[in-house]
Ligand binder design. Structure first.
Ligand SMILES: Cc1cc2nc3c(=O)[nH]c(=O)nc-3n(C[C@H](O)[C@H](O)[C@H](O)COP(=O)(O)OP(=O)(O)OC[C@H]3O[C@@H](n4cnc5c(N)ncnc54)[C@H](O)[C@@H]3O)c2cc1C
Length: 371
């Protein structure tokens, strides 16, 4: 590395995306500094369901989750009124894990690998040679923006697009309750969904996503009377955390020596619960590009990583806005659990889209028409 830089790679933001990028870059032999304005462990509003492919990337990066502070889940269950549809993952499980625990595991691995971690340091601007921070400038050959949904690096780099007019928000709460399901459960209502993720032997997380005005957990949970009943009397064990607007787009993920990763690189919605997995895939792609000194490789790989998840998220959001269609789709999936499972296999990258099966679309359409 030329002597004029403080570090080869500077990562702004020490959430899961930034830490995974730091770990992956260190594994490629690069010198890495990471700064975050907060102190670890860092919590955030999240459904906390790690898809099987995201879990596999974490393992490949050598990140070990505490076996007592996670809970395997084997598929996704949709509830809509009296209808229940269940899809199972193809042999491999996902994991529900509290953000605090995930963060601790990522920090531990980054420390082990010798990442220079600077907590409590806020980045206030970009400069020609690096960034300006609350404690002075830092210079770097490469700058990685991993500063989350409302990324300021995205804005400073001129990569921000206009805000979406249709806005969705999220809020989450943890309750002391033995998980009753080995799946992540999604309860659908008009304009909002609730996600129940098992995160430990005696704990579940409930995240609610909705569109429209800002609202609180206690008000929103009333849209799901069965779930609300089930949670009655359970002790609340975390402070509610909210987040939004969720939809954030970026004109590009690379500009000059700067690359964006995780939510900072653009986010569609949490409806498919895969933001973490996407960030982990991006982290390994980015580290390879950094080692080769060519960020355009990352740009191209990023598009490939995002293509199917973005399409699936857009499709689900489109259905979500049409309650009558949504009910039909969930009834169709309830009748066709094998098709639901195949979609999940595509979702967690175990099956290419082209292998969904020729009969899938006509079968699903036939079920939809049947109502
Ligand atoms: C309600 C909800 C439910 C979700 N459910 C799931 C799910 O079940 N599964 C899943 O995989 N994903 C889920 N997601 C998405 C997931 O939470 C995100 O994709 C993930 O947190 C992205 O990580 P990140 O590291 O990019 O950003 P963040 O976790 O937001 O980290 C950004 C970091 O940057 C730091 N930072 C910001 N600005 C600065 C600055 N100026 N200087 C220094 N540091 C700075 C912040 O302190 C923070 O630590 C959900 C999201 C929401 C909102």
């Amino acid at each position: 590395m030329p002597a004029q830089f403080d570090t080869e790679v500077l990562i702004v933001g020490g959430g899961p995306g930034g830490l995974a990028a730091a770990i992956a870059a260190r594994l490629q032999g690069l010198e890495v500094m990471m700064v975050d304005r907060r102190q670890p462990p860092i919590d955030k509003a999240c459904g906390e369901g790690l898809m099987p492919d995201g879990l596999a990337v974490l393992r490949a990066l050598g990140v070990e989750l505490d076996p007592h502070r996670q809970r395997a889940f084997h598929g996704i269950r949709y509830f809509d009124g009296e209808t229940m549809a269940e899809g199972r993952f193809p042999g491999v499980a996902g994991a529900g894990v509290r953000r605090l625990d995930l963060h601790q595991s990522l920090v531990r691995r980054a420390e082990q690998l010798g990442v220079d971690l600077r907590w409590g340091l806020r980045v206030d601007g970009l400069s020609r040679t690096g960034v300006e921070t609350s404690c002075g400038p830092i210079t770097a050959r490469w700058i990685i923006g991993a500063d989350g949904l409302g990324s300021r690096l995205r804005r400073w780099a001129g990569l921000e697009t206009a805000a979406a007019t249709w806005q969705r928000f999220g809020v989450r709460r943890h309750l002391e309750r033995q998980p009753w399901s080995d799946c992540v459960e999604v309860y659908w209502a008009d304009g909002c969904e609730a996600y129940v993720t098992p995160v430990a032997a005696e704990e579940i997380g409930v995240a609610i996503l909705w569109s429209g005005r800002k609202a609180g957990f206690d008000q929103l949970i009333q849209s799901f009377p069965k779930l609300a009943d089930r949670l009655t009397g359970a002790e609340v064990v975390s402070r509610d955390r909210g987040c939004g607007p969720l939809r954030q787009r970026s004109k590009a993920v690379v500009r000059g020596r700067l690359a964006l990763i995780g939510d900072a690189a653009g986010y569609v919605d949490a409806i498919t619960g895969e933001g973490l997995s996407l960030a982990f895939h991006q982290a390994t792609a980015l580290a390879t590009a950094l080692r080769q000194g060519d960020l355009s490789l990352y740009s191209r790989r990023f598009r490939r990583i995002a293509r199917v998840p973005d399409a699936m998220t857009q499709l689900l959001l489109w259905i979500e806005r049409r309650p009558a269609l949504r009910r039909r789709v969930i009834r169709a999936l309830a009748h066709e659990p094998a098709i639901f499972s195949r979609f999940l296999a595509v979702h967690c990258r175990a099956l290419p889209v082209r292998r969904l099966g020729l009969e899938t679309a006509p079968r699903l359409l036939w079920r939809l028409v049947q109502g």
